[in-house]
Ligand binder design. Structure first.
Ligand code: DUR
Ligand code: ZN
Length: 139
């Protein structure tokens, strides 16, 4: 993931994450999150959190975006943006889910209140990660 993210990429991605946040289904927590993935071909795929009365079934925005990207035929993306009040970083489960596809993805977290963002790295958020290379069947 040596490729540099251009300011324009960051702007497009944070905008998409902020827009899709409006679609979040979060009647239980009232914590609305949007996520957006930037593909190698510059297409953006989005996701929002989807909650359930059975709380443990709640889906985070990041994992919805990844599942949507996979369903659209993508395997590689250049960055993810996550938009929320306070600019939270992805939860542990989402860090692991993202690690399946890219070990050092740029993670842009944006605070929808003041519009500021931070650019982090997945390897920084999930150091010493477990991945498929540890499995005996790995090529
Ligand atoms: O990075 C995060 C953190 C939380 N949530 C969602 C899960 C749940 O619906 C709500 C409260 O945890 O926010 C996300 O989608 N992404
Ligand atoms: Zn999560």
């Amino acid at each position: 993931m040596a490729e540099l993210l251009k300011p324009r990429d960051i702007e497009r991605l944070t905008h998409a994450a902020t827009m899709v946040r409006d679609q979040a289904y979060a009647p239980h927590s009232h914590f609305y999150v949007g996520a957006a993935l930037l593909m190698d071909d510059d297409v953006i795929i989005v996701g929002c959190n989807v909650e359930n009365a059975s709380y443990s079934m709640c889906l985070c925005a990041e994992r919805v975006a990844v599942a949507s990207a996979i369903a659209a035929g993508y395997r590689n993306w250049r960055a993810i943006a996550v938009a929320s009040v306070g600019g939270v970083t992805p939860c542990g489960a989402c860090r692991q889910f993202l690690m399946e596809f890219s070990s050092d993805l740029p993670v842009i977290v944006t605070d929808v209140i003041d519009g500021t963002h931070r650019v982090l790295r997945l390897a920084q958020l999930l150091p010493d990660a477990f991945d498929g290379s540890r499995l005996p069947s790995h090529p």
